[in-house]
Design a protein around this ligand. Sequence first.
Ligand SMILES: Cc1ncc(COP(=O)(O)OP(=O)(O)O)c(N)n1
Ligand SMILES: Cc1ncsc1CCOP(=O)(O)O
Ligand SMILES: [Mg+2]
Length: 213
Amino acid sequence: MTERMPGQGLYAITDSQLLPDDRIVDAVEQALAGGAVMVQYRDKRPDDELRRSIAEQLLAACQRWGRPLIVNDDVALARQIGADGVHLGLEDSTPEEAREQLGPGAIIGVTCHDDLERAREQASGSADYLAFGRFFPSATKGSAPSASADVLGQAGALGLPRVAIGGITTDNAPSLIRAGADLIAVIHGLFSTQDIEATAREFTQLFATGASS
Ligand SMILES: Cc1ncc(COP(=O)(O)OP(=O)(O)O)c(N)n1
Ligand SMILES: Cc1ncsc1CCOP(=O)(O)O
Ligand SMILES: [Mg+2]
């Protein structure tokens, strides 16, 4: 396993429709080269063997860059490959089950949408980061409940890293960073761009400049 949770930066999330299997590792390498601090393997397809093979390749890429690989939804896959952690939504395993399976060193992220009460409960449980959103219309998951940027500031008192997700681009990310997001989680706004490395670098620089523009 790589080190624990990064403090701030770009959280790159893969998408099997956007990134064909023969391009996904290269695309993630580009994101890492541009400064992505954490990667999530998100793949809803039912082929366990294929998903395991891709996840192993992504883990190797993340290890080359010393960055954590998080597996979406699938605690068993995270455990099988020795990933750094798992991301869980309301319909997935509980963070407590994941902690039991993955151990004390694993990074466990939870979806909170716009729900500060859920965030408070999760912060006193097994979560290592709290994810809020979607903040903008999302090409990947338009059906995700929407959230207002205020929730990021309100969640600051909970003491865990706050992840913002949903329709984020280099243009709209600064408002979320100013509102308190520690990590910006992006699919389309990163992996559908012509130059993934340059886009990742732009996201990364927003943190260095305090998103002042
Ligand atoms: C960083 C991050 N935040 C939120 C999600 C969404 O998780 P979930 O609500 O379980 O939805 P799916 O991604 O499983 O469709 C996420 N994956 N990552
Ligand atoms: C998985 C998920 N959960 C809330 S929005 C979203 C999709 C994020 O993808 P994009 O960055 O393309 O909007
Ligand atoms: Mg999920």
